[in-house]
Write a protein that binds this ligand. Structure first.
Ligand code: NAD
Length: 495
């Protein structure tokens, strides 16, 4: 499959065949930097989900009997193809998502690392055993695949997030249905196409492009054993409740409000540079983007001066253009929502250090552009200090000490990431120990866990038990079977 054309429509891969969806609803996939339509998509509906589940169920018996060593053979080939097509994948991601080419390439790299970790499945999937649990009795624990599994993913990491789940699911012997964000289905199509170029048996991986009706059909389908989800918290709560009510194992990674605490003893210039990258990289549309900065004591003025200097000079534009450091947000609707939130924060008493609304971008008149925005002096109850903005906006407040900063974090509904910038080991340790968050950064802006660690959100940022990636991924995609054996000598037949 080569380049994307404006008439591209066969985005569903069912049993290895590319098919058009059967919904009466269509959707334009467009480039948020130019408003150019990249593809006109007829969305899938419940009957397409039925077909995908049938294909995945039919593929399961042979796939689970394929030795793990042979299953990962396809993933090794897939990894090679991802490297060979990295530029094409990254360009496509930039076109449909808006982030810069370098950001698209970097997210793909994180995805590739998950494929690499899943290639360790012959070791990772091993169980354990004990001889002589009683005289002559042995006990073993075996991990077995679940069956048909599915993942529902968001718009902000079109290549990486599907790869948080797909490689582990199939390496463990499951078959899999990917339902990417309907706003960015083209990267997913390319990934699934490359996967099939490895010779992967048909039906092991299927792709369905649709919206809520497709999600509901997946959640309620009796043929699906497990659902992985990444997206906003309200949808995560719905998916967790509905999927569980239909007897499925569910893991849901939700939204975020990530705080960074800047201590006066930190290297404030370096901290400002790193926090700038975290707040405004990917136009603030990372689930680990720092979007609220808490300066402690005297750090406020020098840190604010330093970060506003860096942020104001960021080059904003089309992510495929040379030198551009920040692309657009995902859509005009998202831009309008973020601008509304900025206005609200100002009305509630915030001070605009940088106001990125209505920017003038050369050649970007039709794009969903904002420039970096920094609002200071926000009260703890200002909407901007508590709401997920998911755009290039940094909300700042000042507190007197580290205890007060941790208190702010403790009041947050979210627990995806919290970072501290400090030169003090004792401040760092206290923060690591007390901050109520699943991913902690110490002098780190985006504390993204590597593929062999769990992506560990807490509170409203995660619903479930096992997180995505690494060993948690293997636990999630397998059932444990425990066998107790007795083989008395006198029962043995003589041959
Ligand atoms: P979203 O919740 O709107 O959509 C995510 C997925 O759910 C999509 O596939 C979409 O089609 C589907 N969906 C949307 N509304 C639905 C509904 N009402 N019923 C059923 N399905 C529905 O999220 P998004 O805008 O694509 O992504 C941004 C969000 O994802 C942010 O909140 C961000 O913090 C979060 N996110 C979290 C993580 C994490 O690891 N915790 C990672 C990336 C993104």
């Amino acid at each position: 499959m080569a380049t994307i054309t404006q008439t591209t429509d066969s985005l569903n891969c069912i049993g290895g065949d590319w098919r058009t969806g059967h919904s009466s609803e269509t959707l334009d996939v467009f480039n948020p930097a130019t408003a150019e339509v990249l593809a006109k998509v007829t969305l899938a509906e419940a009957s397409d989900v039925d077909a995908a589940v049938s294909a995945a169920a039919a593929a399961f018996p042979a796939w689970r009997r394929t030795p793990p060593q042979n299953r990962i053979g396809f993933l090794f080939k897939f990894r090679t193809l991802l490297e060979e097509h990295a530029e094409e994948i990254a360009r496509l991601t930039t076109q449909e998502n808006g982030k810069t080419f370098a950001e698209s390439r970097a997210e793909l790299q994180r995805g590739i690392e998950n494929v690499e970790v899943a290639c360790g499945i012959p070791t990772l999937m091993q169980g354990y055993n004990l001889e002589d649990i009683a005289s002559g009795l042995d006990e073993i624990m075996i991990r077995q695949p679940l069956g048909v599994t599915a993942a529902i993913t968001p718009f902000n990491f079109p290549s990486m997030i599907p790869l948080w789940f797909l490689p582990y699911a199939i390496a463990c012997g499951n078959t899999f249905i990917l339902k990417p964000s309907e706003r960015v289905p083209l990267t997913a199509r390319l990934l699934v196409d490359l996967l099939h170029q490895t010779g992967l048996p048909k039906g092991v991986v299927n792709l369905i492009v649709g919206g809520k009706p497709v999600v509901d059909a997946l959640l309620r389908h009796p043929g699906i054993r497990a659902i992985s989800f990444v997206g906003s918290t309200p949808v995560a709560k719905y998916i967790y409740a509905e999927g569980s009510a239909h007897g499925k194992r569910v893991q849901c990674q939700g939204g975020a409000k990530n705080y960074v605490v800047v201590m006066p003893d930190a290297d404030l210039e370096m901290s400002a540079k790193i926090v700038n990258d975290s707040a405004f990289g990917c136009a603030g549309q990372r689930c680990l983007a720092v979007s609220a900065a808490i300066t402690v004591g005297d750090a406020a003025k020098p840190f604010t001066d330093a970060i506003s200097g860096i942020a104001s000079s960021l080059k904003v534009g089309n992510g495929l253009s040379e030198g551009v450091q920040m692309g657009p947000v995902i859509s005009p609707a998202s831009k309008a929502r973020i601008e509304g939130l900025i206005g609200k924060g100002l009305n509630q008493g915030g001070r605009a250090v940088l106001d990125g609304r209505n920017p003038k971008i050369d050649g970007g008149e039709k794009g969903a552009f904002l420039k970096p925005t920094i609002l200071a002096d926000l009260a703890p109850d200002n909407d901007l200090t508590t709401t997920e903005i998911f755009g290039p906006v940094l909300a700042m407040q000042t507190v007197k000490d580290l205890d007060s900063a941790i208190e702010v974090l403790s009041r947050s509904a979210f627990g995806n990431q919290a970072s501290i910038f400090t030169a003090s080991g004792s401040n760092a340790r206290k923060f690591r120990y007390e901050a109520p968050c699943g991913n902690i950064g110490v002098n780190i802006g985006v504390a993204a866990p590597m593929a062999y660690f769990p992506f560990s959100g807490w509170k409203d940022s995660f619903l479930g038990v096992m997180h995505g990636q690494g060993r948690d991924g293997v636990e999630f995609y397998t059932d444990k079977k425990v066998v107790v054996e007795r083989w008395p000598k006198e029962w043995s037949r003589k041959f």
